[in-house]
Design a protein around this ligand. Structure first.
Ligand SMILES: [Zn+2]
Length: 330
């Protein structure tokens, strides 16, 4: 089995089907398989990012109690381990889970789920999966107060499993990345690293905004290909791009996998990584993403480069990075 690292995986878009069934059963509910698919995963005729983002409403409705969050995290991590993942950074927006919980309680429940998984993992054969969490600020109008709270919670749980921040949500002029400068200024002062979604629904200008906020990692960033001078800058600055092929096909950034420029970006010396984004919404997983790229000619040495890029970009301790590098040699 390949050893894999996912740096860009949204918790609410990756709740395993089996876990959803369990959570529904707990409430005495069930849904026919076809309905479940319709509510959780995009159909091939999904037109854009906004339609894609609609698929989060149903899973989020099941993610409003500490008990459910804890179970989801434990089961998702077990599934990822079964797929060969040795390290994952899982992101979520605590403010999306606050029907009954505070943002801090949400984060605590997620960390408890990780503890449950680690306790289970102790008895298992094979390579361990370690996981950290990134808290998403939401790129939505009217969320400033909730976003400040997320920032404070990230500081509170820093070094306890919360490894960084993200900026996520729709990408458009109204919520341009440049409007979030004060949050990332504060994050830098508190020593919290971050990544920013950019260059997905919008093009190079959104990525330049993200770079101006001081980010060293960009979620997606695939549309840098529209601007050669930006490509050069990203390569020179060693900015990591968290690419997610199936997700970009779903949101119609690309029409077919043959157009997906992952390999040519490696050739441009861009620090590219391969990730899933939303396993359940996109009906994918990381082994499948690699398989898709292998079908496009991804070589063993390119694959190794992707792994090394992920290790380098991870918001993990040096000790953890050393473990990941040693695993590659094993
Ligand atoms: Zn994402």
């Amino acid at each position: 089995m390949k050893k894999l690292i996912d740096l860009h995986l949204h918790l609410d878009g990756s709740v395993p089907y089996q876990t959803v069934r369990e959570l529904l059963a707990k409430e005495g509910r069930s849904l026919p398989e076809a309905d479940l698919r319709k509510r959780l995963s995009v159909s091939p005729d999904c037109r854009n990012l906004d339609e894609y983002l609609d698929k989060f409403d149903f899973p989020l409705s099941l993610m409003q109690t500490a008990e459910n969050l804890r179970l989801i995290v434990r089961e998702l991590l077990a599934e990822l381990r079964g797929q060969g993942l040795v390290y994952a950074e899982i992101r979520f927006a605590p403010q999306k889970h606050t029907e009954t919980l505070t943002q801090a309680e949400v984060v605590q429940a997620v960390l408890d789920g990780r503890d449950d998984f680690y306790a289970w993992q102790k008895g298992q054969e094979g390579d361990d999966l370690h996981a950290n969490f990134l808290l998403c600020l939401m790129r939505l109008v009217g969320q400033d107060e909730a976003n400040w709270e997320t920032l404070r919670v990230a500081k509170e749980f820093k070094d306890q499993g919360v490894a960084g921040l993200d900026l996520a949500g729709p990408e458009n002029e109204e919520v341009a990345n440049c409007k979030y400068a004060s949050f990332f200024q504060q994050a830098r002062e508190w020593g919290i690293p971050y990544t920013i979604h950019a260059g997905e629904a919008m093009g190079p200008e959104s990525m330049r905004d993200a770079l101006a906020l001081g980010t060293k990692r960009i979620g997606h960033g695939i549309r840098c290909q529209e601007d050669p001078s930006l490509v050069k800058e990203l390569a020179e600055e060693g900015i990591t791009l968290e690419c997610c092929a199936s997700s970009n096909l779903n949101t119609k950034v690309f029409d077919q996998i043959a157009e997906y420029p992952l390999r040519s970006m490696l050739g441009q010396n861009l620090r590219v990584t391969l990730n899933t984004d939303n396993m359940t919404v996109s009906a994918t997983n990381l082994p499948r993403e690699y398989q898709l790229m292998e079908e496009q000619g991804l070589t063993k040495s390119e694959e190794k480069q992707l792994y090394l890029n992920s290790v380098r970009a991870a918001f993990a301790s040096q000790e953890e990075k050393d473990r990941l590098l040693a695993l590659l040699e094993k």
